[in-house]
Design a binder for this molecule. Sequence first.
Ligand code: HEM
Length: 534
Amino acid sequence: MYSRLLRGHNVNAICSVSSVVRFRSHISVAPDEALEDIISRSSTVRPYSEVPGPRPLPLIGNTWRVLPYIGQYSVSDLARVSRIFYEKYGKVVKLSGLVGRPDLLFVFDCDEIEKVYRQEGPTPFRPSMPCLVEYKSKVRSDFFGDLAGVVGVHGEPWREFRTKVQKPILQPKIVKQYIKPIEDVTNDFIDRMLALRDGNLELPEDFDNEIHKWSLECIGRVALDVRLGCLDAASGENSEPQKIIDAAKFALRNVAVLELKMPFWRYLPSALWTKYVKNMDFFREVCMKYIDEAMKRLQTKDPESPSSELSLVERILANEPDPKTAYILALDLILVGIDTISMAVASILYQVATRPDVQEKLYEEVKRALPDKSASLTAQDLENLPYQRAFVKEVFRKYSTVIGNGRTLMNDMVIGGYHIPKGVQLVFPTIVTGNMEEYVNDASSFRPERWMKQQQQCPMHKDKVHPFASLPYGYGARMCLGRRFADLEIQVLLAKLIRNYKLEFNHDPLDYQVTFMYAPDGKLQFKMTPRDEQ
Ligand code: HEM
């Protein structure tokens, strides 16, 4: 829907007006300020047309660069491409002439990123997933109606929905109540890992799929109070949970392809677009089956049940009479909450297994915090793991699972000394900014200590991290809705695993690649040895 609106927006007209004038550098623009006012008080700001970047070819623009066979970039190379853009063109880079979509503006300047984030209004516009927008607002508008959820929804409808649902999902007091359910699921996952090991104590080649099963089982338990059975021995490739995982992966992993590589679905329904719609229909229907069952169970549940036993859906229903809100929220959470955290965990475990010194420090800390390794975890136990928390932050900084975030400019703005017209889509590539020496001291070293309180840091290093260089969960009103649960799930899994087992990776090092997320590409055949057996 919004991409259609933007298509009509004449970026070039603004450029041509502005190109005759030089503006003053680094002026923020008040939201309702007219272009003429900016022009009249500016003398050094450069016009949009002068922003450097790969030159679009006549007629086919820059889309050819990501086309199969002839293009120089592939979607899986997006992290590398971001780095090349920075090295070749500087801190502000324009990728224009993309079929069916506004220009992309890559911003590698953390002060400018901060400026954009800090002045965004109450309804920030993250330009992700126009294909999902099309699906929710057009193809299946009969189902979604006015309540389209948060993912791919913008403006007032997004704000209204998010306001209704975010309290139980983000309140630390409520989130802590899920430590036990998540620990139960995680214990089953670790048992399954043990059972899956081969004669060399190594996990199977498709271990990343097992991580996906754990994350789906966690969401099912937390959001719907249902155990989906993903971790049962019988859960094979034709099981329903596996189909949910495959459908969610397909939906997210084809976004970049549908947007950058094969954007022609906007004009003619391509085979990939038809498959995307069928896949989303399947995903929606199979999830609805479980959500419906959860709703039916609720009707027979004892109203006196303690609040610690409520699922997220129940908490929403307690304040929101329209059950559709709960349905749509659960769908959104399942859609974006499986692949994101699974790939983050794949990356985190790979870093644990390939950094024995760091793993020993993690182990020493968790042994102190949990002297009885079989005792249940408490919120206080997790509080006592500062190095573990810092370790996760450092993995996110150095190997940013989400390679970048973005915002559509809602008003003209000056960025990096250039006048940028509204409608342009800003990309903040955290995979690059989190590794820039200018913003992070000793950026190439992996040092979790940099995130710890001053007294725990090495006196040799003056640790500085620009607060906008590494934002794994985004920023502001639109920040990740599942971040507290994602963090909790990661912390519980690491504590339970490292307290009891040693992880190794005895194969050729893996390269990181972008699927939807940025994660090690290859077989995660970790060797898992019980600590007591050494
Ligand atoms: C480590 C794992 C995860 C990472 C790195 C991550 C990262 C992100 C980022 C960067 C955004 C965009 C924020 C912004 O625009 O400022 C986002 C949005 C979102 N995330 Fe996550 N996420 C993770 C896990 C999850 C999980 C497990 C769930 C659900 C249970 C989830 C649900 C969402 C939702 C619903 C949004 C859209 C929020 C909105 O637009 O209002 N995420 N996430």
